[in-house]
Design a binder for this molecule. Structure first.
Ligand SMILES: [Zn+2]
Length: 431
């Protein structure tokens, strides 16, 4: 089932909608908000210069810092009498970023979240157990209203209290679980320890997971532990909250709701677009938000996008699961490398732990890469043959999967330098 006709519109229709809405959004921010007017003027661009989708590239970027600089409501484009809700980031350092919604924006949010639920097969017959945190964080309420929108029964469990959550899931017959993947895995572990018979005690059929970095390994573990279909959702509060994109029943990739969000992939260093299918930083422009429209928001998330239609019938472009953060990117001999990709290779190797360190250095004109990996406690470090075999295997996997030529050095457990209890991931000696 597909929630909205817009999700399977022909590409020309998607683009026509995008251009019209982009121009409308540009008009709105230019006319109302001095921050945007100044930025447009500095580039010598007017809203009416937008003639095609690609003209979005003429517009200025917006960064997280811009929201902080205009704390709390400085980037809002409607009077406060029209704002019906605010949310904010956790703001671990300094002031948080604040986002606002008017009734139109709440309707848009409900609509995109209804699409998310429909992708996971959720409808009025379902009981949704919502384990996302309720409060200033957009997760809880975003998933809450979306579930009501499709007519499902929503259990607003919020986070924490694992035993009680498991009891509610059993007693209320939850069929859909919405929470972070790590919490889903934690709950499965607690349930298994308590001797649960997953088939008999629980009725779960699908889960909608997001709000934290994930890996193919973690996804497979969650799906297997609960015996459910894993749907991944992506979103960020600056854009709307959860509901920017979600994976359908046929694809691991996430459909972006292109009639509401215009997505671009750029080279994070140059700001220039990359060819379709290549990885870079995700940049999003909201097309229908009114209280806080955002032009070309630099998400800092690294992904790629393909436009090829999907087997499910949706024509909306698909992005891959976030592979890393732009800030963590290393360029080694012209190849972009993200620590998360290296971590994925190490996670699939035997005899080693996830404590590793990437050291980039120069040798003549070339960059050279060394990767230290701590072996597991049960590996005999004096077994030269065994150590050599593990090292060769990781090196080959890095080369085959990531095109990285690195020297892997296996080291004894707990020998890599730690910061706040975690191994220091990257050391760049070239700087
Ligand atoms: Zn699909």
């Amino acid at each position: 089932m597909i929630w909205s006709k817009a999700e399977s519109a022909p590409r020309e229709v998607i683009e026509e909608t995008q251009v019209a809405r982009l121009r409308e959004t540009a008009n709105r921010v230019y006319a109302i908000n001095p921050f945007y007017k100044k930025k447009f003027d500095a580039l010598g661009i007017l809203p009416e210069d937008i003639k095609g989708v690609e003209d979005v590239r003429k517009l200025p970027f917006t960064k997280k810092q811009d929201l902080r600089d205009h704390y709390p409501f400085g980037l809002f484009c409607v009077p406060m009498t029209e704002v019906v809700r605010v949310h904010s980031s956790s703001g671990t350092t300094g002031k948080p970023t604040v986002v606002g919604y008017n009734q139109n924006d709440m309707d848009v949010w409900g609509e995109v979240m209804a699409r998310v639920y429909t992708m996971s097969g959720t409808d009025a017959n379902d009981v949704v157990h919502n384990g996302y945190g309720y409060g200033l964080f957009t997760g809880g309420l975003g998933f809450h209203y979306g579930a009501e929108h499709v007519g499902a029964t929503v259990v607003p469990a919020s986070g924490g209290f694992t035993d009680r959550q498991l009891m509610l899931m059993r007693d209320f017959g939850a069929t859909v679980l919405a929470c972070t993947p790590s919490f889903a895995l934690h709950m499965a572990e607690v349930a298994a320890k308590a001797g649960s018979d997953f088939k008999k005690d629980y009725k779960l059929k699908a889960g909608i997971f997001g709000a934290e970095p994930t890996s193919p390994g973690l996804k497979a573990e969650v799906a297997k532990a609960w015996g459910i279909k894993y749907h991944e959702v992506y979103g960020l509060s600056e854009i709307i909250g959860p509901g920017v994109s979600c994976s359908c029943e046929h694809s691991e990739l996430l459909h972006i709701f292109e009639d509401h969000f215009l997505a671009e992939i750029i080279d994070p260093k140059t700001g220039e677009p990359v060819p379709e299918g290549e990885r870079g930083e995700l940049v999003i422009t909201t097309l229908t938000k009114q209280a806080l429209p955002i032009i070309r928001y630099r998400t800092g998330d690294i992904t790629s996008i393909i436009k090829e239609p999907c087997k499910c019938g949706r024509t909306h472009a698909r992005m891959e699961s976030i592979v890393g953060r732009a800030d963590d990117m290393l360029i080694v001999n012209g190849v972009n490398i993200y620590p998360s990709q290296v971590e994925h290779v190490i996670a699939n190797a035997e005899g080693v732990t996830l404590n590793y360190q990437i050291i980039a250095d120069k040798k003549g004109h070339l960059d050279k890469l060394e990767i230290l990996v701590e072996v597991s406690d049960d590996i005999m470090v004096d077994s030269v043959g065994e150590m050599e075999r593990i090292k060769k295997e990781i090196q080959a996997s890095l080369l085959n999967n990531l095109y990285i030529n690195a020297n892997v050095k296996l080291v004894e457990p707990r020998t890599i330098e730690r910061s706040m209890g975690k191994a220091v991931r990257v050391i760049d000696k070239r700087k």
